[in-house]
Design a protein around this ligand. Sequence first.
Ligand code: SAH
Length: 195
Amino acid sequence: MSSIVLGQTIWVVGLIVWFIIRYPHVRRARRTATLRREGTWRERLLLAIAFAGLFAIPAVSLATGRPRAFAYDPGYGCVVLGGALFALSLWLFRRSHKDLGRQWSAALEVRRDHQVVRNGVYRTIRHPMYASFWLWAAAQAFLLPNLMASLSGLVAVAILFFTRIGFEERMLIEAFGEDYRRYMQETKRIIPGIY
Ligand code: SAH
């Protein structure tokens, strides 16, 4: 198998595993009552950007080979590194869904009986699910043989992360006060001990 086909295959398999991990949580979230929704239109736009950068643009590029001017062969080294990053991303994605449990929602929301989660992967970082998105975008950049597909993921995750993070932390401070502030002092955002 060529490195190009191998990288594309790993990306497709990773994506399928991602949907399988997420599906039961989407179903449960539909049944969980919401107390507060934050910036509905901004949130919809951010989710659409993430969908475009991590799925739609790379999928179209993979299916058509376009834009041809941006096509290249990542080589086996990059593909192996990309596969390892995608595996790490999926592990973190699964763990953070399990630890967040019924507090999870795709957009910014506070649930009825919402509690601050600070165990499991939330012990050291506050945003492990967003960390898993960064890892996915990095994996995609190593796996796919087109520069546009590689960059679209990183740009989309950067927009989602840097736009949302301030609103999310402010919302949780408003909802939980000292409890969340103390949690913020004990943890970093996405890189343990650093940021
Ligand atoms: N930013 C987190 C969670 C993403 S899911 C991460 O990257 O892992 C988004 C929802 O999670 C938000 O609507 C917010 O209400 C909730 N949330 C985020 N951090 C939380 C925490 N520590 N405890 C409980 N809920 C949290």
